[in-house]
Structures are given as structure tokens and as C-alpha cells.
Design a protein around this ligand. Structure first.
Ligand SMILES: Nc1ncnc2c1ncn2[C@@H]1O[C@H](COP(=O)(O)OP(=O)(O)OP(=O)(O)O)[C@@H](O)[C@H]1O
Ligand SMILES: [Mg+2]
Length: 254
């Protein structure tokens, strides 16, 4: 088992973020952010546009290097790993980018094979075909294998992006705005898919979003990112009932 666990107590912690700071020049985006994620949990980070949500999860996979603080992922101090160790750990972390980021010149099949080739996983044609088939079926798009992204709707592209994230069977998935830009019905289908994938693959997730449907339906816990810190966290119901003026800004529209 990977990750850290206090002797004899509590669930296993798969991500521990402490005192995270990240500035761009004079602009201090993260100013001491803390967050824990436990195995099997979907933790949502809610925050307004430009508050640093994408910066936060980019730090978790070290696409960005924080200025101060610590990040432990599956028991490893991700900020001090060398490149080879980092690559090995990144295989266990799926990242769904804010845009689906599919390659337009590649078919769905080729897009899905891309992470396999990059990480030298499933090196035979038959193994790759089997994995592509499995993840396409998981997202309900087995018929799109030979299609190009331009032939897919926005919701379908998001599903293919999800399938590509899942193909390496990550233990942790970081979702950046999985429903943004989709109509409410398609957005809800994506939320249901995230829940189904959490059950099927027992993934632990950080979900970045400002969609309250995500908070209500998919999040085991919601953390509010405000002025660079984890302002408050709780269940959707707890935050709904909160008198905190910052929290009310987000929940007022429900
Ligand atoms: N590589 C970078 N260089 C300089 N500034 C950056 C960089 N990445 C992000 N920022 C700045 O950090 C701030 C937070 O950006 P971030 O993308 O994390 O916002 P966000 O909360 O994800 O917003 P949104 O909801 O619109 O996606 C923004 O002011 C942005 O301009
Ligand atoms: Mg963002």
C-alpha cells in the first residue's frame, strides 16, 4: 500500500498539501494553502475565476514548482523527487485538463494510446487495443474509436479526455473544470461518469470547479479557495448551511 497512515487510526491519506505558496512576480496566488485527500474521496476545490485553482493542481503534479510549502502524494514528497521518480509517480496521477486537450490530427484510438506510448505501458498492439476498448466502454463511447476530435461534440470530447486520463489506471485523478462549457444535462452526465469511475477504479480525486452540481452530486468534501488559502471546508450540506459571508457568495445561487 502506498500513502501515509497514522498507526492504527483513520483512512489512508493520499495527498497532503501544507502551507503552499506560489507567486508570479508580485502576484501572490497561493498564500499558505492546506488540503488533505483520503483514499477513495472526491474533494472539490471551489474558488472564483483567477483564484489559483489550476495553479494548485499543477503544483500537485509539479507542472509548476511552488515557492514554499510541502506536497506529499502517495507518501512521496513530490517536490524533492528527481525526474525519473517524478515520471514514475505521475503514471499514478491522471490529469484532466481544463480543455480536453485532444490532438486534432489523431483519431480517438491514437489519442488514447498516447499516454501508453509515452509511459511504455501495454507495448503490444493487442494490449493497447484491449485498454482502449475498456476505457471507451467505461465512458460509453466504444463506437468512436476511428473518429477524429472534430467529429465529436463538446460532451463527447470531455468523455474521451476522461478515457485518456483513465487509461493508465491512475490512483489519483485531478479534474480541472470537468463540466465547464457544457450544457447542464451533459454536465450532469459527466458528474455521473466521475462518480461511476470513482466506484469502478476506487480513485481519489481533486475536482476543481465552480459548478455547484459537482459540489452537490460528486464531492465528498468541498474546500473553498479564497485569497490563496483553504478558507473553509465541509460537506456540500454543511457549506450550504454556513453563515460565512465568503461561502454564501458561492452558494447564494442555489
Ligand atoms: N504561468 C503563469 N505565469 C504567470 N501567471 C500565471 C501563470 N499561471 C497562472 N497565473 C496567474 O495566476 C492566477 C491564478 O490562475 P489560475 O489559472 O490558477 O486561476 P483559476 O482559479 O484556475 O481560474 P479559472 O476558474 O478562470 O480557470 C491568475 O491571475 C493567472 O493569471
Ligand atoms: Mg483554472
Amino acid at each position: 500500500m502506498t500513502g501515509t497512515q497514522a498507526p492504527g487510526s483513520g483512512p489512508e491519506r493520499v495527498i497532503a498539501i501544507r502551507g503552499l505558496h506560489k507567486a508570479f512576480g508580485e502576484h501572490e496566488v497561493l498564500r499558505g494553502f492546506d488540503l488533505d485527500v483520503f483514499r477513495g474521496e472526491n474533494v472539490m476545490v471551489l474558488g472564483k475565476s483567477g483564484s489559483g485553482k489550476s495553479v494548485l493542481i499543477k503544483c500537485v503534479v509539479r507542472l509548476l514548482m511552488p515557492d514554499a510549502g510541502s506536497i506529499e502524494v502517495l507518501g512521496r514528497d513530490i517536490l524533492s523527487l528527481d525526474q525519473e521518480e517524478l515520471d514514475q509517480l505521475r503514471v499514478k496521477i491522471g490529469f484532466l485538463f481544463q480543455s480536453s486537450a485532444l490532438y486534432d490530427s489523431m483519431t480517438v484510438q491514437e489519442n488514447l494510446e498516447f499516454p501508453l506510448r509515452r509511459h511504455w505501458v501495454a507495448t503490444t498492439r493487442a494490449e493497447r487495443d484491449a485498454l482502449v476498448e475498456e476505457v471507451l466502454t467505461a465512458v460509453g463511447l466504444a463506437h468512436t474509436r476511428a473518429m477524429y476530435p472534430s467529429e465529436l461534440s463538446g460532451g463527447m470530447k470531455r468523455r474521451i479526455g476522461l478515457a485518456r486520463t483513465l487509461i493508465l489506471k491512475p490512483e489519483i485523478v485531478l479534474y480541472d473544470e470537468p463540466t465547464t462549457g457544457l450544457d447542464p444535462i451533459t454536465g450532469k452526465e459527466i458528474v455521473e461518469l466521475i462518480l461511476e469511475l470513482q466506484r469502478t477504479y476506487n480513485t481519489s480525486s481533486i475536482i476543481i470547479s465552480h459548478d455547484l452540481n459537482v459540489a452537490k452530486l460528486a464531492a465528498n468534501r468541498v474546500a473553498v479557495l479564497y485569497e490563496g488559502r483553504n478558507h473553509i471546508e465541509g460537506s456540500y450540506e454543511q457549506l450550504m448551511a454556513s453563515d460565512d459571508p465568503i461561502v454564501k457568495q458561492f452558494f447564494i445561487f442555489m
